[in-house]
Design a binder for this molecule. Sequence first.
Ligand code: NAD
Length: 295
Amino acid sequence: MKIAFIGLGNMGGGMAANQAKAGHEVSAFDLSQAALDRAKGAGCTPVGSVVEAVRDADVVITVLPAGPQVLKVYSESIIGAAPTGALLIDCSTIDVDTARKVAGMATEAGYVFADAPMSGGTTGADAGTLAFMVGCPEDQFARVEAALEPMSRAAMRAGDHGAGQAAKICNNMILGATMIATCEAVALAEKLGLDPVKFYDIASKSSGQSWSVTTYYPWPGPVPTSPANRNYDGGFATAMMLKDLKLAQDAAAKAGASTPLGAQAEALFQMFDGLGYGGRDFSAILQMLRGQLDG
Ligand code: NAD
């Protein structure tokens, strides 16, 4: 299969490499020369523009920073340039309205489109074990799932266009809020003389249990893969969590949904980001709550 891959950053780089590893012909484009060089090293063919990448593609996959880039790239360089009949999949995390707008433009021009944001981070992108949340017509899902297969451990259809993005921001709103709740509880446990490691043993088997506790505990020790064990380097950057929480708040305001905890989570991650910790894993917000930012 001929795959055009647009956006070869932290996520897209590993994802494109996995498509090449699966034996597909991958035409790759990014604005960054370093990203193109890495893609070449991973078995992709770097090209000079989006139009050139998509010209003969069976499948076009985009992994771009945000809504404005997605709208621009689809409207100016993919729709009309890719063969009709090509499957277009946007894996970026963007706002629901832009996802639906791009889907409408693509569908009108005769393409099959899917929004398919992902979870699993850069580790999942490199390993080919991402989980995709897909918005597309039901009768097209099998085709989308097959195209995502070399990059995924699971693809779940959330509903029609935009539903994948809705699932992603709702999921990450839970994640942002439960991480802050977990960090507050750990900080309080410490102040009360309760060992945070002992608290993990209890909370992970009690009703305070969540993914933030069992898989990403923000205190070093109990969960070996947690970024807390490496001074919160790598993992899921605070700035990325903030972006997703802002998308959730914008969507909630437009939809008239009440999300007070989501709003508070956004405000706290905004504060942490403003202190210069946007690049640190989001669970490092524990250190802000403990008043131990440089510790
Ligand atoms: P990134 O900034 O590392 O990569 C984005 C790439 O897009 C860059 O290499 C940039 O040069 C390229 N780009 C920008 N505009 C372009 C254009 N017009 N044409 C071609 N290339 C262009 O970001 P990332 O971490 O790879 O994230 C990509 C998307 O995936 C984002 O929407 C993000 O929210 C989402 N996401 C990221 C993670 C994560 O852990 N990093 C996890 C899940 C989802």
